[in-house]
Design a protein around this ligand. Structure first.
Ligand code: NAP
Ligand code: ZN
Ligand code: ZN
Length: 350
């Protein structure tokens, strides 16, 4: 076994402390990654605080982190995709059944037997707990890691492994591109990636935000429009004008104004996952041939495609790099929507 060190919580109080644990030895198809950077996703906060109790109950001690970038320092004898010294990324899952219709079509995240999530889950044996990227090392089967073809500062690449793929996947699926008006609801980690990626795809992007102070940033990120979602008049004026809206909001909110903002045949895709449900009148969809969609991260082939797309278009996350002793502060600020626009933990120097 390989001794390593991470940062864990032991209960819903979200208090982090150093945590020593072991990773498995490097098997024939495994790679060992020395983690350099790990992003803080709002999903980490939901799980640490057990806000998704009914869906994914919290298991403590929990070492969160599924936006991982690091250097490959050891490869198993059967490894072909990586060599020592390569940069690799790990996202939200580290294994799956490899046999079901989802796994065999590159949609491992929708594995019929449920993928092995990177943390707060188990390996496919359903016994061995998984610990995430707020740690120094990860051992993973090479088929579940992606290649990062970037050098220089990698801190802005780490968030692509969740925030990037989660927004890229529905934008791509619904053919966002030139001539389309795209709305992004919530300018946080996912939202700011959605703005950059939709803009790189050629769309005209508008941000819906509760934070008036983010308007200048939205423009810098590539948005041409900015609507304060609590301004009822502005929301009424936006009605019927969008081809596609992606909702990245982490907290409970009424989604009906965004259905109203769609034009005929428009699509509202949910990626943000707050705790409470919404009430929607069927007529609000029927009268405009509108579509509601949901999307979970992305599979390994599409994650690789997204990384290559972002490298080609020079897209990375805007990050605030922190040391592990500031994780609690970062959680508090993220919950208050005071994140510009992703906290990333410097594990290289931890
Ligand atoms: P984040 O950085 O905290 O951003 C969320 C944004 O939502 C905030 O910055 C804020 O933007 C807006 N917001 C917050 N409270 C609000 C409220 N009460 N009403 C309206 N808007 C509010 O979070 P994130 O990391 O981007 O994650 C967002 C959500 O996506 C989380 O629920 C997370 O679990 C989920 N997620 C889903 C997937 C997936 O596969 N589907 C993957 C990753 C994350 P403004 O200040 O602009 O209003
Ligand atoms: Zn995430
Ligand atoms: Zn499967």
């Amino acid at each position: 076994m390989i001794e390593t060190r991470g940062f864990a919580v032991h209960g819903t109080d979200a208090k982090f402390s150093p945590f020593n644990f072991e990773r498995r030895d490097v098997g024939p198809n495994d790679i060992l990654i020395d983690i350099e950077y790990c992003g803080i996703c709002h999903s980490d906060i939901h799980q640490v605080k057990d806000e998704w109790h009914d869906m994914m109950p919290a298991n403590y001690p929990m070492v969160p982190g599924h936006e991982i970038v690091g250097r490959v320092t050891k490869v198993g004898v059967g490894v072909t995709k990586f060599k020592e010294g390569d940069i690799a990324g790990i996202g939200c899952f580290v294994d799956s059944c490899r046999e079901c219709p989802s796994c065999t079509t590159g949609n491992e995240h929708y594995c019929f037997k449920q993928a092995a999530f990177t943390y707060n889950g188990t390996e496919m044996d359903r016994e061995t707990p998984t610990y995430g990227g707020y740690s120094k090392h990860y051992v993973i089967d090479e088929n579940y890691a992606v290649k990062v073809n970037a050098e220089g500062d990698l801190s802005g690449v780490a968030p692509l492994l969740c925030a990037g793929i989660t927004t890229y996947s529905p934008l791509k699926k619904f053919n966002v591109g030139p001539g389309q008006k795209v709305g992004v609801v919530g300018l946080g980690g996912l939202g700011h990636m959605a703005v950059k990626i939709a803009k790189a795809m050629g769309a005209d992007v508008t941000v819906f935000s509760t934070s008036p102070g983010k308007e200048a940033d939205a423009q810098k990120l590539g948005a041409s429009g900015f609507i304060i979602s609590r301004d009822a008049e502005a929301m009424t004026a936006a009605a019927g004008t969008f081809n596609f809206i992606i909702d990245t909001v982490s907290a409970d909110h009424d989604v009906n104004p965004y259905i109203a903002a769609l034009g005929i045949g428009g699509v509202l895709a949910f990626v943000g996952m707050p705790g409470s449900p919404n009430t929607i009148h069927q007529a609000s969809l029927i009268m405009g041939n509108k579509v509601l969609a949901g999307s979970l991260i992305g599979g390994i082939p599409e994650t690789q495609e997204m990384l290559d797309f972002c490298a080609k278009h020079g897209v990375t996350a805007d990050v605030e790099l922190i040391s592990p002793d500031r994780i609690e502060e970062a959680y508090d600020r993220t919950v208050k929507s005071d994140v510009r626009y992703r906290f990333v933990i410097d594990m290289k120097n931890a």
